[in-house]
Design a protein around this ligand. Structure first.
Ligand SMILES: Cc1cc2nc3c(=O)[nH]c(=O)nc-3n(C[C@H](O)[C@H](O)[C@H](O)COP(=O)(O)OP(=O)(O)OC[C@H]3O[C@@H](n4cnc5c(N)ncnc54)[C@H](O)[C@@H]3O)c2cc1C
Length: 488
């Protein structure tokens, strides 16, 4: 049984390793010369690691972390919370992904009052108490609207904004509430209780998981071919019968898994595919672009131990990888700061030099030590689709992994699961696509997809029981007091 995987990003690599595990003959075609897609890195001529973009991992990424562990990727480095900087360079901790210690530290934040923090904390708790149906309904409104309805203060919203924009590449008044409430509701999971942190790859993503994944596939007889672009899908009757590549070859397999972004899939589908609303809906998805900047300084300009964010400005999240990531720190002689600039609709066409200058200027404003330092080198990277634009109403157009063609499956971070777009969904969707293919073509029933252990239901029941008990105690007290009054 042979499978063709089209696209060698995280989803394609994850799907290919799953297929190898079940003895399927795998051929993977990647259009570019580098595997890993958006989640990758390379080493430049000076021997420095260049990240395509700053990536963080969360404890509830059970599908993604399972994939990394399976291919033997180096364990992640876990950090605590997000440090928020205001325009005056004052900083305070937002305990996203943090444990009790970070919550206590956050309470001393000079930029956020206790009322701000309580309003945000209550909103997070409310999101964790929502049922699946309630969460789905949140796709109709923006997060800003949802926050306002739930009494989150203006200052708390301003503090949440950089993290939200860093995760979804949209402003809070543009992004579906569901897309971000998925993240906040995930904080009440067993995984967060065990590991309340934010994970960084201990080195470039290309080193820590891409090469191990390639080795994993090749060691099991799979073929990984870079620089081979799929340019068309041949369909006969209702089945895919081959994939045409840029060099004119037609590659055939028993089944096909597309791990390409949807805008590439749209280009390779034959016209007759548009007879299906399933494929037609791919044209409803939109991209949210991203810009990333990486700056190397001639000395250390931060003492960062975790990810940080700027409350207002061109870049939102940033991290000094040479002070945070142990493997890079061990040989570093100065800071290397990575910045995420999103939303990037207004930036994507600007010259790289201008983007770099804006970023450096803002960074020097909030980080005084950077004012004296020389810039050794800088790199600007852009992604046409940082992530698909999770605007209100877009969720219903995400395609599930099974397609109307019985031998074609889709995976990738834009495809439909209960998870918002990101690396966890890339891997979760790959597991689902392979699970369907193994069942339908090999008759094997396997569950590769895993869910984090959510405590949300316990919390809901606990709060309901607590409210009922409290109500009963109050009623008993009232009745006793009344009884005493009547006797007197
Ligand atoms: C700036 C930035 C920051 C991010 N930060 C985070 C983060 O902190 N946490 C997180 O979880 N996620 C983050 N993400 C998102 C994450 O990178 C993606 O969700 C994930 O990498 C998507 O993987 P994928 O395999 O679905 O798609 P991709 O990575 O896009 O892979 C698709 C692959 O298909 C290939 N391809 C395209 N067309 C063809 C063709 N015709 N033939 C063959 N191959 C083709 C592409 O070259 C690519 O390698 C970030 C993304 C960006 C851009």
């Amino acid at each position: 049984m042979k499978a063709l995987v089209m696209g060698g990003g995280m989803a394609g690599l994850c799907a290919a390793t799953d297929l190898c595990d079940f003895g399927v003959e795998v051929q993977l075609l990647e259009a570019t010369d580098i595997l890993g897609g958006r989640a990758t890195s390379w080493v430049d001529a000076d021997g420095d690691t260049v990240d395509n973009a700053l990536h963080i991992f969360m404890p509830h990424y059970c599908n993604c972390l399972g994939f990394l562990a399976k291919v033997g990727a180096e364990p992640l480095h876990w950090t605590q919370g997000i440090t928020n900087y205001d325009e005056r360079g004052r900083s305070g901790l937002l305990p996203i992904g943090g444990g009790a210690r970070t919550v206590l530290e956050a309470m001393r934040s000079p930029t956020m009052s206790l009322i701000d923090q309580a309003s945000l904390g209550l909103a997070v708790l409310t999101s964790a108490l929502m049922s699946k149906e309630e969460l789905d309904a949140c796709d109709e409104i923006t997060l800003l609207e949802w926050f306002k309805r739930h009494g989150v203060t203006r200052n708390a919203i301003a503090h949440f904004r950089p993290g939200g924009a860093g995760l979804t590449f949209l402003e809070l008044n543009q992004v579906s509430a569901k897309a971000l409430l998925y993240w906040t509701s995930s904080f009440i999971n067993r995984e967060y209780m065990l590991n309340p942190g934010i994970g960084f790859a201990n080195g470039g993503l290309g080193e820590i998981y891409v090469e191990p994944a390639r080795r994993y596939i090749e060691a099991r007889g799979g073929k990984v071919e870079t620089g081979r672009k799929v340019t068309g899908l041949l369909v006969r009757g209702n089945e895919v019968e081959g994939a045409v590549t840029g060099d004119g070859e037609t590659v055939k397999a028993d089944f096909y898994i597309s791990a390409m972004p949807y805008y590439e899939l749209r280009r390779v589908l034959p016209d007759e595919a548009l007879d299906y609303p399933y494929f037609l809906d791919l044209w409803r998805l939109q991209e949210a672009p991203s810009v990333s900047v990486q700056i190397w300084f001639d000395r250390f300009v931060t003492r960062m131990r975790n990810i940080a964010a700027q409350i207002r400005g061109t870049f939102n999240c940033f991290a000094d990888m040479h002070t945070i990531v142990p493997r890079l720190a061990s040989k570093a002689t100065g800071s290397m700061v990575e910045f995420v600039l999103t939303p990037a609709f207004h930036l994507r066409g600007l010259p790289a030099e201008r983007i770099f200058k804006m970023t450096l200027e803002e960074f020097r404003r909030i980080m005084p030590a950077a004012r004296e330092a020389e810039v050794r080198k800088w790199v600007v990277t852009r992604e046409r689709q940082g992530i698909f634009a999770q605007r209100p109403g877009a969720d219903r157009f995400r395609p599930p992994q099974r397609t109307p063609y019985p031998n074609l499956y889709l995976c990738g971070d834009y495809t439909k699961t209960f998870i918002s777009a990101g690396m966890e969904n890339a891997c979760a969707s790959a597991h689902l696509a392979v699970g369907h293919a193994l069942y339908e073509h090999l008759g094997k029933e396997v569950t590769l997809f895993s869910r984090p252990t959510a405590y949300n239901e316990y919390l809901r029941k606990g709060l309901a029981a607590g409210t009922a008990l409290g109500g009963a105690a109050l009623a008993a007290r009232f009745l006793r007091a009344r009884g005493r009054k009547v006797t007197a």
